[in-house]
Ligand binder design. Sequence first.
Ligand code: 5GP
Ligand code: MN
Ligand code: MN
Length: 323
Amino acid sequence: TYEQDLIGARQFIEQHDDFLVVAHVQPDGDAVSSTLAVGWLLSRLGKTFTMINEGPIPQRMTYMEGSEQILDMSLTERTRTYSNIICVDCADFKRVGLVSEWMEKEANLLNIDHHPTNDEYGTQTLIKADAAATAEILYDLLASFDLGWDRHVAEMLYTGILTDTGGFRYSSTSPKVMQIASHLLELGVNGPDLADLLLEQLTKPQFDVLTLALATLQMSENGKVAWVHVTPEHMVQAGASNEDLEGIVNYPRNIQGVEVGVLFKVINENAVKASMRSAGKVDVAAIAAEFGGGGHVRAAGCRLEGTLEQVTALVIERIKQSL
Ligand code: 5GP
Ligand code: MN
Ligand code: MN
């Protein structure tokens, strides 16, 4: 049960030291905040640890305490490997990306996650598929240690929950989520400022790449599937980076009558990343899993080989079958 796994996770942390803490590649708000909240816990416990990600932390998340301590693996020379690992917000082990090179083959690994497609990798799991965010699970884990709270860790946990619930709007926004958020606000989190920073503000490159993407809109004849794409040329033209694409997929999904919205991001001549969002009737996690990806019922992604035209035809056809 979840309660047993909370105890198991707590024992894993108490019984080991010298941890590597990692979240998924191209980290979102939940990934960054979960990494930092685990780091906060380990510091409080007097444990040594290294926080790392395959790439950089998005600039707009650097307000969180300790964010500068998360190593950008692409800029860091590896001098050692780790045998005690904590993975957060990663549905499968591949989601840590190249950070796996920093791990021993037979490492002890604690897998903390909320994706229904989590494949239970690792030597200890703490998975709650109906948690709104990995940060919600970490709230429970931190509570079980009874170390008290401070505004910094409250800000981390609030960030993960705020971003993964789309601002407390998705169906994962349970009464418990609101109770946790209430406690975090009492601890001094500035909710409106974080909502503005993380959910409303766009950088100019974000605005420009959004404009280019929206101009590519296509829809199925019955109006139930809508999709846009972004090419490497768009990225250059807008001066955009991958993190600037977050949220674009919601626009096609938001068109009235659309059941599934998709963003196709061309990675190179023979690879395309598909991000899918469902209005609720179609389980996009199941579709993504068929293509080697995963995610949640209403938000999932996968990476496919092929040209934009090939991948688009394949994925749209598969979605139409689910309608
Ligand atoms: P996004 O479309 O925003 O990249 O991702 C939506 C959801 O799908 C997230 O919960 C993310 O963790 C999951 N996801 C996206 N891409 C992949 C992938 O390649 N593999 C897996 N397992 N999950 C993915
Ligand atoms: Mn995530
Ligand atoms: Mn998450």
